[in-house]
Design a binder for this molecule. Structure first.
Ligand code: PMP
Ligand code: GLN
Length: 385
């Protein structure tokens, strides 16, 4: 057998797979990996069946089903005051993950540096390395705000792009309009591309607005906006998303997309296109998850876990240092095996692991699941690990 080469010599199995397996093995409530444990709207399921029965089972256009691209463009343009063209600027992808890696490969190459904001969602680093580029981690502030001075200090003549994620996984923070102005100023000054991961665009709480790159003309012209229907419609296993980008960027994106996935599951695209005709499901999403956030926070308020702010996403981060001095990974394992609740350590989202005593819980769960998890977590009172 020849030796297997690897382009990712230091990359192990993703934490989401590791923690879900541990939760299953120990029968723990799985608040680790981010996915809902409830179903989607039966009307959306029916729409997929209907699309298959209607014969939508062959390749759609390489860029995606036209009706879906039109629905996406109409929504983006109405929400963010942008002017994406459905044919030219929107491409349907196999979820956010493919949108991200393809966008990164479309705009960076060997030797380029790409700034990622840490803690950083775990697919950015390998996607950048596979392009032969170098991920440069820039930490957020201690309370998980974007640190633009640190970003400025990290820019070099080799910096080609920056990956932004708002609402932010894992911290639950959101970018502000000021953040977008700072980003635009830096990107324009240094001529950078922006890959904007907005998969949680419809989960923003307490009346705040989602600050999409699409809102800001200076950013929009140099950005790939990445989103995913998996989050918005409670169907993470469907893996359908989209990338919106101006013409030259979309052309570069599609050059790669056509030879990597070519296109995405046809009936699902037709179903989502039809389902998007009613704005109520995505318009109601922030309220839906805000209620879950509030219920979960109230349920664990009395435990020694300190709740950090949650402005968006379906993740709640807590500080466990009143309970344990373990590393975040050790604590997450202990919590899963001994307390019965799986969580995700934040330390895995850094190039140089940080130990701040923080783990993340996913609250995209049925009320009973959250109540059961909270009941387990009550047992932490008076305990040290
Ligand atoms: N970006 C972020 C910040 C995520 O949390 C996720 C995972 N849910 C993705 C991208 C990937 O999305 P998808 O499952 O659609 O590939
Ligand atoms: N995005 C999800 C999370 O942050 C997990 C996605 C995955 O398992 N790859 O938990």
């Amino acid at each position: 057998m020849p030796v297997l080469p690897t382009k990712l010599p230091h990359t192990g199995t993703t934490i989401f797979t590791v923690m879900s397996a541990l939760a299953a093995e120990h029968g723990a409530v799985n608040l680790g990996q981010g996915f809902p444990d409830f179903g989607t709207d039966p009307a959306l399921l029916q729409a997929v069946t209907d699309a298959m029965a209607a014969g939508y089972n062959q390749y759609p256009p390489m860029t995606g089903v036209p009706a879906l691209r039109q629905a996406v463009a109409a929504k983006l343009n109405a929400l963010y005051g942008s002017a994406y063209d459905a044919d030219r600027d929107i491409t349907i992808t196999a979820g956010g993950t493919q949108g991200l890696i393809t966008a990164i490969h479309a705009c960076v190459g060997a030797g380029d540096e790409v700034i990622i904001i840490e803690p950083a969602y775990d697919s950015y680093d390998p996607a950048i390395r596979l392009a032969g580029a170098v991920p440069v981690g820039v930490p957020m502030t201690l309370d998980y705000r974007l640190d633009w001075d640190a970003v400025r200090a990290a820019v070099t003549p080799r910096t080609r792009a920056l990956v932004l994620n708002t609402p932010h996984n894992p911290s639950g923070r959101i970018a502000t309009a000021d953040d977008q102005r700072e980003l635009a100023q830096i990107a324009e000054q240094h001529d950078l591309f922006v890959v904007s991961d907005e998969v949680y665009e419809h989960m923003v709480f307490d009346g705040a607005a989602h600050e999409s790159v699409a809102r800001h003309p200076g950013l929009r012209e140099r950005s790939f906006l990445v989103s995913s229907f998996g989050k918005t419609f409670h169907v993470t296993g469907w893996k359908v998303g989209f990338v919106a980008a101006p013409p030259a960027l979309s052309a570069a994106f599609r050059r790669l997309h056509q030879y990597t996935v070519f296109t995405v599951h046809t009936p699902t695209q037709h179903a989502i296109a039809a389902y998007l005709a009613d704005p109520a499901p995505w318009q109601g999403l922030s309220g839906f998850y805000q209620a879950k956030r509030d219920a979960f926070r109230a349920a664990i308020e009395g435990t020694p876990l300190k709740l950090l702010p949650c402005e968006g996403t379906y993740f709640q981060t807590v500080d466990y240092r009143a309970v344990s001095d373990k590393t975040e990974l050790e604590f997450a394992r202990w919590l899963t095996t001994e307390v019965g609740v799986a969580a995700i350590p934040l330390s895995v989202f850094y190039q140089q692991p940080q130990e701040r005593g923080h783990v993340r819980f996913c609250f995209a769960k049925r009320d009973e699941t959250l109540a059961k998890a909270a009941q387990c977590l009550q047992a932490l009172a008076g305990r040290r690990a």
